[in-house]
Design a protein around this ligand. Structure first.
Ligand code: ADP
Ligand code: MG
Length: 226
């Protein structure tokens, strides 16, 4: 038992250090990106332009990793409030719809009136992650279905896609830090999402079939009176 306590204390010190480093690295990276953009604008030939574009893309990836990591590791004050799931999802969908429709997919939603207690920003982050993943899993002209309902004392938010799906081995790796099958992925989105939902006492379940699609179900405990 003592060992476990010791280990988690050590982890939190490491976590804090990592968050500080991530934060400190962000500034020089942002400055470098600015100069690379200047170089890109001044590039004299195709090759220079190509190199600048690559460098900027990689900096964007590094920035993505840092932002996602900080979102998870930074000791932010939790702002738990009563959330109208239906209104919240409509708002999230207004953020994700341009991205999803630009890829040629359609979104269908069936939203029931539900309320949960959560940190609004963090819940938004989870839902954007899941919807983005769904859109990225579909090769072309697919459908994303968003469905909410109450099940016992949980609010359930289901995000289903008609994408490539995952095999058993891939399913087991979901939520592992830096696990990504995408060339520009960070592999942090799901890890962060799992942590956020677990902190609310909820869970995320995944069902998937290769070539058919995937369903992510987010369960958030609900106050029975709400
Ligand atoms: P990223 O999106 O940056 O790759 P995530 O943590 O969000 O990182 O997802 C990790 C991996 O899980 C993805 O690279 C992908 O292989 C797999 N994945 C997540 N959502 C889906 C989905 N809806 N359908 C198929 N695979 C998925
Ligand atoms: Mg993702």
């Amino acid at each position: 038992m003592r060992d476990e306590i010791y280990r988690s204390e050590k982890l939190s010190v490491l976590g804090e250090l990592a968050a500080t480093i991530a934060h400190e690295i962000r500034n020089p990276i942002t400055v470098s990106k600015g100069f690379l953009q200047l170089l890109k604008a001044r590039s004299q030939n195709e090759t220079d332009l190509k190199y600048a574009i690559h460098a900027i893309e990689e900096i964007d990836r590094a920035e993505g990793i840092i932002s996602e990591y900080l979102m998870y590791a930074k000791p932010q004050a939790e702002r738990v409030e009563k959330i109208d799931v239906k209104a919240h999802l409509s708002n999230v969908m207004s953020i994700t719809d341009p991205y999803v429709t630009s890829k040629g997919h359609i979104v269908e939603s069936q939203l029931e009136e539900l309320y949960v207690y959560a940190d609004s920003k963090k819940l938004t982050q989870v839902l954007i992650n899941l919807i983005k993943n769904a859109a990225e899993a579909i090769e072309k002209n697919g459908k994303i279905t968003i469905h909410t309902f109450a099940q016992k004392n949980h609010a359930v938010i289901e995000i289903t896609d008609t994408g490539i799906g995952m095999n058993e081995e891939q399913l087991l790796r979901l939520g592992d830090p830096f696990y990504s099958t995408k060339s520009k992925g960070t592999g942090l989105g799901l890890m962060v999402s799992y942590r956020i939902i677990e902190a609310l006492g909820g869970t995320i379940r995944v069902q998937s079939k290769q070539g058919i699609g995937t369903k992510f179900s987010v369960f958030i405990p609900m106050d029975v009176d709400t």
